[in-house]
Design a protein around this ligand. Structure first.
Ligand code: KIV
Ligand code: NA
Length: 274
């Protein structure tokens, strides 16, 4: 059975943890889906790990639709959440609804995600009113890197922790079906998770969240430009890939690839009297 936003709600009520991983292409989405992961996030982190842009600021709607549609085609069971890129919802409620709609229609997302708390509550409310499920994202919000002056852990002062709690309640009140908590103290995330009725999905927010999300290339050990403290590498796939590429290079150059079993043969005699 497919995972829906109601499944998320039921899982929170039963105390079952929700697993989410990012993916940006068909092949990876199929593997993640077949592994039984509950939700696939087509994150605007594709700006970092797929496009090498260094941050998510210049990721476009076209990028999100292109990658989102590929993921949706590879996914049978998991809930596909597609990120709204920077400036697709900041300027107006109208932009937010129209662009969320494009992600549903053109990428076949099951839900959208956007960054911010109190200040985007009107956007969340309007998108939800258009029958589009919204996942919120508070704490460290990477689209705000220029306003923040870098990627910084949030909620470490009393003021910042109070703001985080206000944001969490504001997005729930606005109708979000879940909220990502990024890079905040574990104790604060546990408190938010206990106070909210919607599930919290943590990244760098400790084990007290209702679910966890990681960036695919980070958890597979494929991306080394920058590794936050919260990343656990569940495999060293980068090593495996480099090894396979080097072996291929060696075999091409020493003539051992391709071997007879990789070659096509014409029937006997056909090529003899040309
Ligand atoms: O873009 C992304 O991958 C995200 C997750 C890190 C939550 O927003
Ligand atoms: Na994101």
């Amino acid at each position: 059975m497919s995972v829906t936003v109601s499944t998320f709600q039921t899982m929170k009520q039963k105390g079952e943890k929700i697993s989410m991983i990012t993916a940006y292409d068909y092949t990876t989405a199929r593997l993640v889906d077949e592994a039984g992961i509950d939700s696939i996030l087509v994150g605007d982190s594709l700006g970092n790990v797929m496009l090498g842009l260094g941050d998510t600021v210049s990721v476009t709607m076209e990028d999100m639709i292109h990658h989102g549609a590929a993921v949706a085609r590879g996914t049978k069971r998991a809930l596909v959440v597609v990120d709204m890129p920077f400036m697709s919802y900041q300027a107006s409620v109208y932009d937010a609804v129209v662009n969320a709609g494009r992600l549903m229609k053109e990428a076949r997302a099951n839900a959208v995600k956007l960054e911010g708390g109190v200040e985007v509550a009107d956007r969340i409310r309007a998108i939800v009113a258009a029958q589009i499920p919204v996942c919120a994202h508070i704490g460290l919000t990477p689209q705000g890197v220029n306003a923040f002056g870098g990627f910084k852990v949030q909620g470490k002062t009393a003021d910042s922790a109070r703001k985080l709690l206000e944001d969490a309640h504001a997005v729930e009140e606005a109708g979000a079906f879940a909220v990502v908590l990024e890079a905040i103290p574990a104790e604060l995330a546990a408190r938010v998770s206990a106070e909210l009725t919607i599930p919290t999905i943590g990244i760098g927010a400790g084990a007290g969240c209702d679910g966890q999300v990681l960036v695919n290339q980070d958890m597979l050990g494929m991306f080394h430009d920058f590794t936050p403290k919260f990343v656990r590498r569940f495999a060293e796939v980068g090593e495996v890939m480099r090894g396979a590429y080097a072996e291929y290079d060696r075999c091409v150059k020493d003539g051992s690839f391709p071997a007879a079993e990789h070659c096509y043969q014409a029937p006997d005699g056909v090529l003899e009297n040309l």
